[in-house]
Design a protein around this ligand. Structure first.
Ligand code: NDP
Length: 329
């Protein structure tokens, strides 16, 4: 009664490394549902957890993996029974609680979501935390009045996980998507997902900064932060909105009040980690109805547990295209 897992540990010098190990079932953490994991995802935050970055993991040895999907092995919670297909994102699983980089996980039933109708465990991990966050951002922008008629929607960090799924979802919902990417080699893949225009990040940042710049975008979904967010805020049209999702390019934000007081621009914060159950279920249902998984197939790469340490370095360096799926078995 044991299972394979990628165990992340820190040595006496503070160096964090990971290796595949056999774990006895008795070491599974507290929880009321045990899940046999089919697939886990790789997210920017997983890169941090596997390399000791961001101070996210406090207790070692640790098992990372902030999202996973699989089938229930046993459950003491009446909401879940053996063989139910489930997924998990957020709740700091993979950071403070052992996560999905293993054949098995034990979690609290409150954290799980049943698989949305029509999607497999592989499908939902293609979407993963990245795609859920993209959907939450779109829901929030639409709650603030965004419609396809409003004009161009900018997606930054476009070739990454959040960016590619946001591009795909927005396109399917009828929006005119402009993708901002630092990797021109992926421009064709972004156009194939539906981006009408692809902007090169170096050119975008190279234009001289003014307190207000030509108003262009009706809205934006930003997974980069830093200089990119600072620049795009000056180019949002009257009454427009910006969903701030991530910090792949930095946590700083240098701005001024003019976009807010002269154009009525709104800056909205998006968090996927602590979203209540009902919001998650609603977002997953909309993803299942909207996303064109066939069109996304070329942006998916599969790896095993042993490949994760190298993949973690790649995602932190901004070198991953689309979504990486982890098969623990
Ligand atoms: P990825 O690494 O897949 O995508 C990030 C993208 O950002 C890269 O592909 C790259 O896009 C761009 N990028 C990377 N480094 C830089 C840099 N130094 N300067 C400018 N652009 C850069 O990560 P994810 O999509 O998984 O996550 C994106 C961000 O969103 C992360 O910060 C993550 O923590 C955050 N996030 C937040 C969530 C929430 O709940 N708020 C949930 C999920 C993610 P390109 O090559 O196209 O320029």
């Amino acid at each position: 009664m044991s299972y394979r897992a990628l165990v992340t540990d820190r040595d006496a010098d503070g160096k964090v490394t990971s290796s595949v190990q056999i774990i006895d079932n008795t070491r599974l953490p507290d929880g009321d549902v045990t899940v046999d994991i089919d697939w886990a995802g790789l997210n920017y935050k997983d890169g941090l957890c596997l390399t000791g970055g961001g101070g996210l993991v406090r207790n070692y040895p640790h098992i990372g993996g902030i999202d996973f999907a699989g089938t229930v092995r046993n459950s003491s919670d009446p909401r879940y029974k053996v063989d139910d297909a489930v997924l998990l994102t957020g709740w700091r699983v993979g950071e403070t609680h052992w996560g999905g980089y293993a054949e098995r996980a034990r979690v609290h039933a409150d954290w799980l979501v049943p698989l949305p109708h029509g999607m497999s465990t592989r499908d939902v991990m293609i979407v993963g935390t990245a795609g859920l966050t993209a959907m939450l951002a779109i829901d929030r922008l639409e709650a603030g009045g965004l419609t396809p008629e409003a004009g161009e929607v900018l997606v930054t960090g476009a070739a990454g996980g959040v960016g590619t799924i946001a591009t795909s979802l927005l396109t399917r919902l009828g929006y005119h998507v402009t993708a901002l990417s630092g990797r021109p080699q992926h421009a064709d893949a972004l156009r194939a997902l539906g981006a009408a225009t692809v902007i090169d990040r170096t050119e975008f940042l190279g234009q001289p900064d003014k307190p207000l710049e030509s108003a262009r975008f009706a809205a934006a979904i930003d997974s980069v932060g830093g200089r990119v967010l600072s620049k795009l805020l000056r180019q949002v049209k009257y009454g427009g909105q910006v969903a701030s999702v991530g910090n792949a390019g930095g946590i700083e934000l240098s701005t001024n009040v003019l976009p807010f007081i002269l154009r009525g621009v709104s800056l909205l914060g998006i968090d996927s980690v602590m979203q209540p159950y009902a919001t998650r279920v609603k977002a997953w249902r909309r993803i299942a109805l909207t996303l064109d998984l066939a069109a996304y197939a070329g942006l998916v790469r599969e790896i095993g547990l042993e490949d994760l340490p190298a993949a973690a370095e790649h995602i932190l360096a901004g070198e991953i295209k689309g979504r990486v799926l982890v098969r623990p078995r």
